[in-house]
Design a protein around this ligand. Structure first.
Ligand SMILES: C=C1C[C@]23C[C@@]1(O)CC[C@H]2[C@@]12CCC[C@@](C)(C(=O)O1)[C@H]2[C@@H]3C(=O)O
Ligand SMILES: O=C(O)CCC(=O)C(=O)O
Ligand SMILES: [Fe+2]
Length: 359
């Protein structure tokens, strides 16, 4: 087994270990955790058919109550999903030395690396990732597969082309469910595609003989509007259901349902909806026997666009804005320093409270 201390942070990843126990650097078993629960009854995860006649109502309810839901009849061909999955597998199956040739470096957000949230946690995750940036994908694929780089790029582009309108449609449906008219939506940033930015992140969670001691991707909320998630059918995504009538906080495993994609609500959709939609805390666990692969497609505002609660949701009867506006970049920075207190720090009441305390 490699000594964790001798391994550079960037290559602290499981493929390097020859072990018969989990190195302390990756062992999360002493850290506080919540119990796990099955996705049944009140803990179930909604499955929404995008052809459902009650679609808008169902989307609104799922965004409010769950913050995560599965979609079927989403329009992305299973055959494309299979080819996409094969390319993700092909990427992570490359030897570590090859993947490191396209490692993310300070200042670039593209390429191979550990979990972007790793600096927030005391232990390493059982994880490797690949951040896709259109500008550098071609060059990086050429380094990874000098003789056949185009098949990777072509499939990634094909998938992005298919998932982009789906992401826009979901956000549009969310605003309809909040009661906005088509005309009002056109006047929001969601109605203006030039104000929307997207990003894609590929994730691999190698199988681990001691899955209960490790964490694939540690608990977090996504910062953008929504994330649409493909995975390779290996169970592992869990969402945190907080204290409520049915008991203490628990991790609910998102079921694997063939031909569905997962949709997560992020922080900025929570802000935009003035706290109505639930930005769900989620994590990935690791399988004992199978590598888990996933791809998150994130939609958020362009980095210089400020997002606050929709003015259409304010008024004498509806209430006051809960949050001050922020850009996606500001929120990501806030989260890297304040962690799960970042949104609290943007609360308009919270700010007044802080000023009062300071006075
Ligand atoms: C667009 C993005 C969302 C993301 C930060 C990023 O710039 C690219 C990586 C994304 C990711 C994936 C893992 C969890 C997460 C919280 C993280 O640290 O990196 C998300 C980010 C996010 O939602 O802010
Ligand atoms: O792998 C998963 O299922 C979750 C990935 C995720 O949460 C993310 O990339 O932000
Ligand atoms: Fe996430």
């Amino acid at each position: 087994m490699s000594s964790p201390a001798s391994v550079d942070l960037k290559i602290q990843h499981p493929q390097n270990f020859r072990f018969n126990s989990i190195p302390d650097s990756h062992d999360w078993s002493d850290l506080y955790d919540h119990p796990s629960a099955e996705p049944i009854g009140l803990d179930s995860v909604p499955v929404i058919d995008l052809n459902d006649p009650n679609l808008i109502y169902k989307i609104g309810k799922a965004c409010e109550e769950s913050g995560v839901f599965l979609i079927r009849n989403h329009g992305i061909e299973p055959e494309l999903l299979n080819r996409f999955g094969s390319q993700i597998h092909r990427l992570f199956a490359l030897p570590v030395e090859v993947k490191l040739k396209v490692a993310k470096t300070k200042g670039t957000d593209a390429g191979y690396g550990g979990a972007p949230i790793s600096h927030l946690f005391p232990k390493f995750m059982w994880y490797e990732g690949f951040a896709i940036q259109t500008g550098s994908l071609f060059d990086q694929a050429q380094i990874l597969w000098p003789d056949d780089y185009s098949s990777f790029c072509a499939v990634i582009e094909e998938y992005k082309k298919a998932i982009k309108p789906l992401g826009y449609r979901l956000m549009h449906l969310m605003l309809l469910s909040l009661g906005l008219t088509e005309e009002e939506i056109d006047n929001t940033l969601i109605g203006d595609s030039s104000k929307i930015k997207n990003a894609m992140h590929l994730n691999s969670y190698p199988a681990c003989p001691y899955p209960d001691q490790v964490v694939g991707l540690a608990p977090h909320t996504d910062t953008g509007f929504v994330a649409v998630l493909y995975h390779n059918g290996v169970s592992g995504l869990q969402v945190l259901r907080c204290k409520d009538d049915i008991g203490p906080a628990r991790w609910v495993t998102v079921p694997v349902v063939p031909n569905t994609l997962v949709v997560n609500i992020g922080d900025l959709m929570h802000v935009l909806s003035n706290g109505t939609f639930h930005n769900v805390v989620h994590r990935s666990t690791v399988s004992k026997t199978n590598q888990r692969l996933s791809a998150a497609y994130f939609l958020g505002p362009q980095l210089d666009v400020k997002v606050g609660p929709l003015s259409e949701l304010m008024g004498p009867e509806q209430g006051l804005p809960l949050y001050r506006p922020v850009t996606w970049l500001e929120l990501q920075k806030l989260k890297s320093t304040l962690h799960d207190k970042a949104l609290q720090s943007m609360k308009i009441d919270g700010k007044i409270e802080e000023l009062r305390k300071g006075a």
